[in-house]
Design a protein around this ligand. Structure first.
Ligand SMILES: N[C@@H](CCC(=O)N[C@@H](CS)C(=O)NCC(=O)O)C(=O)O
Length: 240
């Protein structure tokens, strides 16, 4: 049985991490049986979640999880896609993962009110006297990552402009279809679904959410993903 190691539900989402939502969707879309486990980042080979474990073998990183499902289990949700569809799907996926993701991080970790509603809860297990120190250290690391990536160097207005362009591109590729490049899901729908569901999270003050909400096709798409894949999970049924 495949084990998915992720953070577990939080922020009214299947998982606070869009990459963990993506991995959950990949596994659900694959139709293979799997079990959800609370992951431990210290045991993750890349220091990040998600990862899966199958017969003692660890596969870290959502893209390598997808490749594992393809190569080990012969599940290929991209079967039948044209080269153009494959190209568009991959480009959209990586734009969300390597560009838009950093806007999510910026909003949740560097806006104090958002941090208090969300990420601060990750530190509840840290002994109280140490907690402020640990929080300050991790926040500094997140800011350094944002600076290193470049997203942290933009003004809020510049970030909003980039969000409009990126989200507009996804909305344009989706158009009036049910899924990203055809009427049935392909692998990239796990990523797009994860990021649209996460981006529409109601918990945070989020210019990004406003941008996504401005595209009715993306809102309907996110609702379709939630209904198809996460509705049965009680802890999420009241979430937006
Ligand atoms: N490329 C990875 C990204 C995973 C990722 O960034 N995970 C974040 C949560 S959203 C994480 O575990 N971060 C912990 C850290 O950076 O210390 C994937 O596709 O799985």
């Amino acid at each position: 049985m495949i084990e998915l190691h992720a953070f577990g539900p939080g922020f009214g989402l299947p998982d606070p991490s869009p990459f963990c939502i993506k991995a959950d969707l990949l596994l659900q879309m694959s139709g293979l049986p799997f079990e959800r486990k609370r992951g431990n980042m210290r045991k993750a080979p890349k220091g990040k979640l998600p990862m899966i474990v199958e017969n003692g073998e660890i596969i870290a990183d959502s893209t390598f999880i997808r490749l594992h499902l393809e190569r080990r289990h012969g599940v290929d949700l991209d079967k039948g896609l044209t080269a153009e569809q494959r190209g568009a799907a991959w480009a959209v996926e990586k734009m969300l993962e390597d560009h838009l993701y950093w806007m999510v991080v910026q909003e949740r970790w560097t806006v104090d009110a958002n941090f208090d509603r969300g990420p601060r809860h990750f530190f509840e297990a840290v002994p109280a006297p140490l907690r402020p120190l640990v929080i300050a250290m991790i926040k500094r690391k997140v800011r350094q990552n944002l600076h290193g990536h470049g997203m942290g160097r933009y003004t809020p207005a510049e970030r909003l402009e980039l969000a409009r362009q990126a989200v507009g591109a996804v909305a344009a590729v989706l158009g009036e279809r049910r899924f990203l490049v055809r009427e049935e899901p392909c692998w990239a729908d796990a990523t797009v679904g994860a990021f649209m569901v996460a981006g529409l999270c109601q918990l945070f003050d989020s210019p990004l959410r406003g941008v996504i909400a401005g595209h009715p096709n993306l809102v309907a798409y996110a609702a379709r993903i939630r209904a198809a894949y996460f509705n049965e999970r009680e802890e999420l049924s009241s979430a937006a």
